[in-house]
Design a protein around this ligand. Structure first.
Ligand code: ZN
Length: 168
């Protein structure tokens, strides 16, 4: 009977990648793998410092590689194993990618104790825009709307993402 690598083995690989990020100095200690059909289709480690890219979190790096490898922006039948609970940015990207399951090792509290605190982001999302720390101002909403009007006039529907259907 064929045996597939276990959840623990995939997680050990993600943790190993997090240690690789730390050892090479590519970024803070975070790693992730994306699994489909019992095998790893992409790996990522944090490359924020190596790439001078604040979005190069392990999960984002892995999602980009998996999508390139599978020639699709969607990863419906994939799971992601992350060495730490995905931050709000990565959680959003995981939703956009349609990954179907998330496995993580350390949680957000452990990450915060290590100096990686996402509490501000979680709190900001709960606040009305006017009360957020980061200034957000709407400019030219009517001119921007014309693009959506053209999109709709051309018969397009917002079916390209699963989020659109629930955001209504
Ligand atoms: Zn992240």
């Amino acid at each position: 009977m064929p045996t597939h690598p276990s959840e623990e083995e995939f997680m050990r690989r993600a943790i190993s990648l997090s240690q690789q990020a730390m050892a090479t100095g590519s970024g803070p200690p975070f790693g992730a793998v994306i699994v489909r059909g019992g095998r790893i289709v992409a790996e990522g480690l944090n490359c924020v410092h190596a790439n001078h890219d604040p979005t190069a979190h392990a999960e984002i790096v892995a999602i980009r590689k998996a999508c390139q490898s599978l020639s699709s922006p969607f990863l419906e039948d994939c799971a992601i194993y992350s060495s730490s609970e995905p931050c709000p940015m990565c959680l959003s990207a995981i939703h956009w990618s349609r990954i179907s399951a998330i496995y993580y090792s350390t949680d957000r509290e452990a990450a915060a104790r290590a100096g990686f605190d996402d509490a501000l982001l979680y709190a900001e999302l709960q606040r009305p825009i006017a009360l957020r720390q980061l200034s957000m101002s709407q400019v030219l909403p009517c001119e921007g709307q014309r693009t959506f009007d053209l999109w709709a006039a051309n018969g397009h529907m917002a079916v390209q993402t699963r989020l659109a259907s629930v955001a209504g």
